[in-house]
Design a protein around this ligand. Structure first.
Ligand code: IVH
Length: 668
């Protein structure tokens, strides 16, 4: 089928409109339309590509959601060696650099351009006639790896430039501090090794083989280098930065021209204190001779250019005495070693403890109780023990080994999956685990039962009012009053009210609250959306689970194992009996000609969008599911269907065309 001319035109227009809004949002940070309006345009683009796959081009903004899974990364030769920079840490060394530059140029003075040194991963981007053709890692400087598919998911990297130039540029991809913290806490929750700093997590993300996973992590970038600037008539680094901006790249705004080396030092000093306020990590400034002709005259050594130098900030890290390593038991039983040290001031706050994450972390760094250790804030936020000061050892320090039993209840400990670094308390009725699981259950992300804080929960556990999370729903006035001191009428009423209200929370909150190991907020939402009821989720088998995007084999196994436990089944039964809502059962039980059916759809329908279709079938009593699984009863097929048809044939699912379906189920 050839694509009609007006559709082609609409497609090109949409593509550039979406990219333009993307540019305004991510590069200029000044959007002109609302998120909803943007989503609408984006959706139209997706629908057009679905209907006319031949339209789809490599510079389409739809590429940004990822979806390509690679087996590995291809090696690519760099066009120009990707050099690194010499480092200095103090004023004397920067003065020496300045003197060397003047001597080599035989000049009295020279102009510098000072930029921030972004602590990320460098990347080379190639554009052919304005379209992104290849993104390459630094590698060893001569040969890098092709990470194009992953880089396409970064919204600040233009897929098409604002001028049709063929060009190679370089810059830094980084992970914002906030995202780094989010990812690490998710990893800790899942028992995975954590990233030491935003640079490592950026590097780790760029080397993921599934680009949809990359798209989920909020990477960003700044570009700062043009290869062969003479081709674009650029004479200075300052002009190059302006040119980069002009053609659509995100350029760090915090650069400054310095007429003297004193101004360079001033710039360095001012950013040394201001850097904390930035949303990304910088580890120094880069000082570049501004004039390209002078750069060329200065040339480079095998390692680094003679025209630039990195003037690093002193890392804000301090030495302190690690007094004790405590073991903390989390809600899923994970035993986390925590360092308690003599309090120190770091980046504006007093720090007295830091998670040591897991026992591999301690072993790799040989951290011992009683050691002097170096502490810093990872990503400028999370206190982290970098390692011991071994010279200061007295011989009194104690090697810390994983506990043989739970430090709180004495129960058995072990790993629930071989791939995990975490060690867990395996006793289902460990009081500490119970306390943590209750804290998780009432927390804001889960059942959001305000008014029951950690202190009251602890008293309730100690006085055996709560033996599992479901007991919350069997509390009454008498039981709460039995806690004694400090429990007034108001408190009792408030607690009971809050608990009552929480009975009708959404399913994802309940899933979160139950504390399934390895499941974060996002996965809980995906599971709730997919299965609709807790019963469905509990019945789900391995094949069904791994079909859901973002759920791998480990998580699927973990879910199955969790729900197969007798204690868990008992808790869920008790929750139900107490009237806690466990999903959108009412939809399934709704009367209608499609009552009890699970329906899935593929391809483009002529009479309504997918969302409208979902609402339509649900109004007739069915459950609509995005994914096709063995439990799906009916697949409705529109134009240009996807792989679901084949799957449905394999499972023996009933398949109907759009016409057949509406003939049968048209509402009158
Ligand atoms: S210029 C030929 N400018 O720092 C040298 N590099 O330690 C080109 N970096 O490999 C580098 N911010 O990954 C330059 N504003 C900036 C930078 C920057 C971060 C990184 C880059 C480089 C490393 C050198």
């Amino acid at each position: 089928m050839s694509v009609p001319k007006d559709i082609k035109e609409r497609y090109e227009k949409l593509k550039s409109e979406v990219e333009e809004h993307n540019y305004r949002y991510y590069v200029l940070a000044s959007p002109v339309i609302s998120d909803q309006e943007y989503d609408k345009l984006f959706k139209e683009l997706v629908e057009l590509e679905k209907k006319y796959p031949e339209l789809k081009s490599s510079d389409s903004p739809t590429q940004r959601v990822g979806g390509i899974v690679l087996e590995g990364f291809q090696k690519v030769n760099h066009s120009v060696l990707m050099l690194s920079l010499d480092n200095t840490y103090n004023e004397e060394e920067i003065l020496e650099f300045h003197k060397r530059v003047l001597k080599n140029l035989k000049k009295e003075n020279v102009e510098y351009l000072c930029e921030l040194k972004i602590d990320g991963v460098s990347v080379a981007l190639r554009y052919k006639d304005g379209v992104l053709s290849q993104a390459i890692t630094r590698g060893d400087g001569t040969v890098g790896e092709d990470i194009t598919e992953n880089v396409k998911t970064i919204p600040a990297i233009p897929l098409r430039l604002r001028k049709n130039v063929s060009i190679e540029v370089r810059g830094e991809i980084y992970m914002p501090k906030k995202e780094f913290v989010r990812i690490n806490s998710e990893r800790e929750e899942k028992g995975l090794p954590i990233f030491a700093n935003p640079r490592n997590s950026t590097a780790g993300t760029l080397k993921l083989l599934n680009s949809s996973e990359v798209a989920k992590r909020k990477l960003n970038c700044f570009m700062y280098y043009v290869i062969n600037p003479q081709n674009y008539n650029l004479k200075t680094q300052e002009e190059a930065l302006n040119f980069l901006k002009e053609i659509g790249f995100r350029v760090n705004p915090n650069y400054k021209k310095a007429e003297s080396i004193e101004e360079v030092v001033e710039f360095w000093e001012s950013w040394n204190s201001k850097r904390k306020e930035l949303e990304y990590e910088v580890d120094g400034i880069v000082v570049k001779v501004n004039n390209f002709e002078f750069q060329r005259l200065l040339g480079e050594t095998v390692r680094s250019p003679r025209w630039a130098i990195a003037f690093k900030f002193k890392a804000d890290q301090k030495e302190t005495k690690l007094e004790n390593i405590k073991f903390q038991v989390g809600s899923t039983g994970i035993i986390t070693p925590v360092a308690e040290f003599v309090p120190i001031q770091l980046e504006g706050t007093i720090v007295r403890r830091a998670s040591l994450h897991n026992f591999d972390y301690i072993k790799e760094r040989d951290i011992r109780a009683g050691d002097y250790v170096i502490v810093k804030k990872a990503g400028g936020i999370i206190p982290q023990v970098i390692g011991p000061v071994k010279e200061k050892r007295t011989g009194e320090e104690k090697v810390v080994t994983p506990p043989k039993s739970c430090p709180v209840c004495g129960g058995k400990v072990g790993k629930i999956r071989e791939s995990e670094v975490a060690i867990r308390c395996l006793n289902p009725s460990c009081p500490e685990k119970l306390l943590r699981s209750l804290e998780n259950f009432v927390s804001r992300n889960a059942m959001n039962i305000q008014g029951i804080g950690p202190k009251i929960l602890k008293r309730m556990v100690e006085s055996k009012l709560l033996k599992d999370v479901s007991d919350l729903y069997y509390l009454n006035e008498e039981k709460i009053r039995s806690l004694g001191e400090g429990i007034g009428d108001k408190t009792v009423e408030n607690i009971l009210n809050q608990i009552e209200q929480s009975k009708s929370r959404e399913l994802d909150r309940l899933i979160n609250g139950l504390g399934v190991p390895n499941i974060g907020t996002k996965t809980a939402k995906d599971l709730a959306n997919h299965f609709k009821t807790l019963d469905n989720l509990m019945k789900a088998n391995f094949d069904e689970l791994i079909e859901i995007e973002g759920i791998g084999e480990d998580i699927a196994n973990s879910i199955i194992k969790f729900f197969s436990q007798e204690e868990v089944k008992k808790i869920i039964k008790k929750l139900k009996e107490a009237g806690v809502k466990t999903g959108q059962k009412e939809i399934k039980e709704k009367e209608g000609p499609l009552k009890g059916l699970i329906i899935c759809q593929t391809g483009v329908l002529s009479r309504m969008t997918r969302q409208e279709f979902a609402e339509y079938v649900e109004s007739l009593g069915a459950v609509f599911n995005e994914n096709l699984t063995k439990r799906t009863n009916l697949l409705v097929v529109g134009e240009n269907p996807g792989s679901k048809v084949e799957k449905a044939q394999k499972y023996g699912t009933v398949i109907m065309s759009e016409e057949e379906f509406f003939e049968k189920y048209e509402k009158n």
